[in-house]
Ligand binder design. Structure first.
Ligand SMILES: Nc1ncnc2c1ncn2[C@@H]1O[C@H](COP(=O)(O)OP(=O)(O)OP(=O)(O)O)[C@@H](O)[C@H]1O
Length: 231
């Protein structure tokens, strides 16, 4: 459904992605694990078309979108929840949820259907619907960002370090939501980044490990961690 072929990208003249290849099958739950600065956020931004690539290709449903603008990828059904959430503080939770659908000019009936599906899936958002986003806690904001990504992510949703900074109870609730996502939104593939593999391992089908902008075989990464731990 979503494919990266040898994606290379530079930031400020330095190589940050060095030939990243990944595959996200329809309905799949895939983790991208790596330390801080390994290139996780940059990979998601490359998928969304938010930075120019030096090489390689991005395909959505077999269509090459490598040089397509970000809004085209959203239109193809890719939702993105960045790590820093980027909610509009003065807007209510409901307005934040509706915003991407309005940008895409979805028909009102379709927008209403999607909002209903999101609020049924994340009932805590229904309770917060009329609250201003600026007054939310960090954890509540993460839930809104997940809901907003689901409003447009009919094929895939990209979540950047969603567990970062969540209190344990909220992290549990968030993990529960991800576990239930397949049943509520069948066919939607999920790509989740995280620095701590333990949080995602019980949830995902496939794990990619990224180190210094390169995907490394999972077994090698595990071995390196073991060697580091035991000297
Ligand atoms: N605006 C920028 N200017 C210069 N270097 C940058 C910039 N943004 C990212 N980088 C560099 O690119 C590399 C990859 O960053 P990226 O944000 O993709 O990492 P990450 O794996 O998501 O880590 P984190 O968990 O810290 O967000 C890092 O070495 C980082 O220093």
């Amino acid at each position: 459904m979503l494919e990266l072929r040898s994606v290379a990208a530079d930031i400020a003249g330095a190589p940050v992605l060095r030939g990243v290849s990944m595959h996200l099958p329809p309905g799949g739950l895939v983790a991208l694990i790596g330390r801080n600065g390994a290139g996780k956020t940059t990979t998601l931004r490359a998928i969304m078309g938010l930075l120019p690539l030096r090489g390689g290709a991005v395909l959505v449903g077999g269509e090459e979108v490598t040089s397509a603008p970000a809004h085209h990828r959203t239109r193809l059904g890719i939702g993105y929840a960045p790590e820093e959430r980027r909610l509009f503080g003065p807007f209510t939770v409901q307005q934040n949820l509706l915003l991407p659908a309005e940008v895409l000019r979805l028909p009102p009936a379709e927008t209403a259907r999607r909002l209903d599906a999101v609020l049924t899936f994340l009932p805590e958002l229904a309770a917060l619907a009329s609250r201003r986003a600026a007054g939310l806690s960090g954890g509540q904001g993460k839930m809104v960002a997940l809901g907003r990504a689901l409003m447009v992510g009919t094929r895939a949703v990209l979540l950047d370090e969603p567990f970062q900074g969540l209190a344990p109870a909220l992290a549990h609730r968030y993990a529960d939501a991800l576990r239930g996502l397949h049943a509520a939104f069948p066919g939607v593939a999920l790509l989740v980044t995280e620095s701590n593999p333990q949080l995602l391992e019980p949830l995902v089908d496939t794990t990619y490990v990224i180190e210094r902008g390169e995907i490394v075989p999972d077994e090698i990464a595990t071995l390196k961690t073991t060697i580091t731990k035991h000297g």
